[in-house]
Design a protein around this ligand. Sequence first.
Ligand SMILES: C[S@@+](CC[C@H](N)C(=O)[O-])C[C@H]1O[C@@H](n2cnc3c(N)ncnc32)[C@H](O)[C@@H]1O
Length: 223
Amino acid sequence: MLSATRGFDGPIGKASAAVMARMNRDMEIAAADELEVEPTASVLAVGFGPGVGVDALAHRLPEGHICGIDPSAVMMAVATRRNRAAVEAGRVTLRRAGAESIPWPDGFFDAVVAVNCAQLWDPLETALAEIARATRDGGSLVLLTHRWAVERTGPADAWVARIRDLLAGHGVETTATTKPFRSGPGIVIVGSVERAERHARRERRARLTAPPPAGPRARAPGP
Ligand SMILES: C[S@@+](CC[C@H](N)C(=O)[O-])C[C@H]1O[C@@H](n2cnc3c(N)ncnc32)[C@H](O)[C@@H]1O
């Protein structure tokens, strides 16, 4: 996981934190705007980088609790500085961790937000399973990623389809759109966790397709 911090730690990390705080600000704000949660919600920001999104979430949810994970020591320091008052007030909790192993229990969060980091998750399957696990039933998630960052390793449409498929396997129904941002188009995947609904649907389908219960055979009408 720590190899994931390459480019986000050391002097390069410090320089990129400053650039990202400026260039990705609109994406972090847009991701926070996508969330429809109660003011008291607990929200996890994955790959918080310089902490601009954490700050936006903390302002939007004054009675909520914002948690964040990022494996980079530099990002941890920069984001902690940016959110110092909220961290000290216990309203923001930041930890050094990757999306592949989220250090909170099942269903802890009402929502999860990840901006410009899903393309770094390794393996992607594990990170998505972790995000689904840590989000409560009925909760929501927003993944927003630069299209160009995804296209560095392959076609964006296939990447989006794979994410949506994997999330569907965890009971997360999603929609995907592309929106313009300051530094280029961003892919917005919005999801809602519907495990109970999916379970109920499966049960209904099973009832409808099950053979009728065995009972006394209907007698053929007589002559
Ligand atoms: C491109 S930056 C984006 C930062 C910020 N969200 C933004 O848009 O400005 C990616 C961030 O994800 C973090 N990261 C890398 N691998 C990660 C992983 N496996 N899980 C969570 N975060 C990761 C990096 O340390 C870095 O801070």
